[in-house]
Design a protein around this ligand. Structure first.
Ligand SMILES: [Zn+2]
Length: 319
């Protein structure tokens, strides 16, 4: 059964409506969307690093203590799937599958169970705007794909606020020297940690390169104050340098232990000079590869924030 037909069946079973191309997960097959007892309900499929999942999103009136939603779900003891995320006005439940999708009636049943569980801790919507809580907004509008009760006035306000945020962001003067200094510090600390950890566990921990990428990106961004071309160029360079530095520390420590020699600048220098030959013998190419993956991740996570809200009515033909 293709995803479209599947979600149609899920929608029918769960008392929702299927909309292709719409919903929070940006998939062609769209999602089943509707409101039951004041709870905005969205069911769709999503893919992440762990594989394919059926996702169930329930939205409720904004609250102060989303922890109580977790507690309510825990005590409901729902067997299938697991909690994906919980926020001040939503909970997302995820049901991982590998080949066969969960049966539509089971998904519908689980949605009922989830709703019943969170009713203990939350309040449903009452047809008023979620933002100003005064204007009537009975129909759902997609805000960046998420069905929301939002009145036209508040939509305009959200747009204006985001425009202002974008203008303010553009107005930040990047501090390049600071970015460079913090980036170099992050690379040095990351490289040192990488070398020491590798030495301690006697293994070059490749995922460490990804962590270093994140660390360097965080340092550069904190320093410059915003995402810039400069940052996008020096983040991968510093990440790779950091990993190589870490490798040099690892090999220096390794030689010190094997050959029973004390640390000296001469030794470190010799390792650095011959690093490429040493790397070729070991898994240096792999560490470089991982460093680049780390840098890639870092740049991806450090892309310019999106200041945009797209509002779309449910079932709009140009979706
Ligand atoms: Zn409003």
């Amino acid at each position: 059964m293709n995803e479209n037909d599947y979600l149609k069946q899920v929608a029918a079973q769960a008392g929702l409506q299927h909309y292709s191309n719409q919903g929070p997960w940006g998939r062609k097959s769209g999602s089943a969307i509707g409101e039951r007892d004041g709870y905005v309900t969205v069911i769709g499929t999503m893919r992440d690093r762990q594989g394919m999942k059926v996702a169930i999103l329930l939205r409720f009136k904004k609250m102060e203590q989303p922890e109580s939603v977790k507690t309510a779900l825990k005590s409901a003891g729902i067997k299938k799937g697991k909690l994906g995320a919980v926020g001040s006005d939503f909970v997302r439940w995820e049901w991982k599958y590998s080949f066969a999708k969960p049966k539509p009636e089971e998904v519908a049943k689980m949605t009922e169970d989830l709703r019943a569980a969170i009713k203990q801790a939350t309040m449903g919507f009452d047809g008023r705007c979620e933002q100003c809580t005064s204007t009537s907004a009975p129909s759902l509008t997609l805000m960046n794909g998420v069905p929301t009760h939002i009145c036209p006035g508040c939509q305009e306000k959200v747009r204006q606020d985001l425009n202002l945020a974008a203008v303010n962001y553009d107005a930040i003067t990047p501090n390049y020297p600071n970015g460079l200094v913090l980036g170099v510090i992050a690379a040095a600390v990351g490289g040192l940690a990488w070398g020491l950890v590798a030495y301690a566990i006697n293994y070059i921990f490749l995922y460490g390169a990804i962590l270093i990428g994140y660390l360097v990106a965080a340092g550069v961004l904190k320093g410059t104050g915003k995402v810039t071309r400069f940052g996008q160029i020096i983040i991968p360079i510093l990440t790779v340098a950091s990993v190589l530095f870490g490798d040099a520390i690892f090999y220096t420590l390794f030689i010190m232990k094997q050959e029973h020699v004390a640390f000296s600048g001469k030794l470190l220098n010799a390792v650095v000079v011959h690093l490429w030959e040493i790397e070729r013998e070991g898994n240096g190419v792999m560490s470089l590869l991982f460093a680049l993956v780390g840098a890639g991740y870092a740049i991806y996570s450090a892309r310019k924030p999106k200041f945009q809200a797209v509002f779309q009515p449910l079932g709009s033909p140009n979706a």
